[in-house]
Design a protein around this ligand. Structure first.
Ligand code: SAM
Length: 266
């Protein structure tokens, strides 16, 4: 197979041992063992990739995808082909809501990160079919992206919609919205930028409200210090729909990054 004329992806064809699943697509473990083992907010899973998703990964990854290898700092203006506000979305799942928000706000770049390969293919396909030029898909752990690859005050917003709720007590440490995560995220946000979380899991919503309220670099946009009404710009997500079907109540939280104490960031 030559580089210029790759064979069409056959996702179910047997693949020789050691050969990458998508030679032109996302790497299986982009940061590898370069970083310490630690508690992760996601469960590695190997899900079925449809032929359409595989095709999108093979064709569009070189143009719109990036692996979170933790080895370089991203120039967001270069990544998005010009200066524009950039919002990071962590855990886009299958990406339908992400594509909708990108279509509704074409002047904002969305850096969408997830580890879920079928979702990455799905979102790339949606971006192409809808002519969306303002989405970049990052593969890997958002924590490494924030910690190693984003510069201070580079983000105009952060969205974490329906993060894995990890309902069992012994798994609570895996929940992404924790004080350590907020310590990492706050300096990457511009002062005034909004962190928007949503969840249908009541105990997690309470935890989010507690840790965000206690954090010195975030302030609640709600004068009463509580949950926010669902903003009209947030579409219904796939996971949210499943929660609503089970009778869950959804909470949105909108917290603003406080003005920086550090004059270099202001
Ligand atoms: C419960 S799903 C919600 C997906 C989508 N936001 C929705 O509402 O339908 C959470 C997603 O977050 C992703 N995720 C969790 N932790 C992550 C991390 N540290 N970095 C990247 N993706 C992560 C998971 O792979 C999963 O796809």
């Amino acid at each position: 197979m030559s580089e210029s004329n790759p064979a069409p992806e056959r996702p179910h064809a047997p693949r020789p041992k050691g050969e990458p699943r998508f030679p032109h697509g996302p790497a299986p473990d982009p940061a590898g063992s370069h970083f310490e083992r630690r508690i992760r907010s996601f469960q590695p899973r190997r899900s079925r990739v449809t032929a359409g998703q595989a095709d999108a990964l093979q064709r569009l990854w070189p143009k719109w995808g990036l692996d979170i290898d933790g080895q370089r700092t991203l120039d967001l203006a270069e990544l998005f082909g010009g200066e524009r506000p950039v919002v990071l979305e962590i855990g886009f799942g299958m990406g339908e809501a992400t594509a909708q928000m990108a279509a509704d706000d074409p002047d904002t770049g969305i850096l969408a990160v997830d580890v879920h390969t079928p979702g990455q293919g799905n979102l790339l396909g949606l971006a192409e079919r809808n002519g969306l030029e303002n989405i970049r898909v990052a593969n890997g752990d958002a924590v490494i992206l924030l910690r190693e690859m984003l510069t201070p005050a580079s983000l105009d917003g952060l969205r974490v919609y329906f993060p894995d709720p990890w309902p069992k007590a012994r798994h609570h440490k895996r929940r992404i919205i924790q004080p350590d995560f907020l310590d990492l995220a706050a300096p990457r946000l511009k002062p005034g930028a909004v962190l928007h979380c949503a969840t249908d899991w009541e105990p997690y919503a309470e935890q989010m409200l507690d840790v965000l309220t206690a954090h010195p670099e975030f302030e609640n946009t709600q004068a009463d210090g509580g949950y926010a009404p669902r903003p009209s710009f947030r579409p219904l997500t796939r996971f949210e729909g499943q929660g609503l079907d089970k009778g869950h109540v959804v909470h949105d939280l909108l917290f603003r990054r406080t003005p920086s104490q550090n004059s270099q960031e202001a």
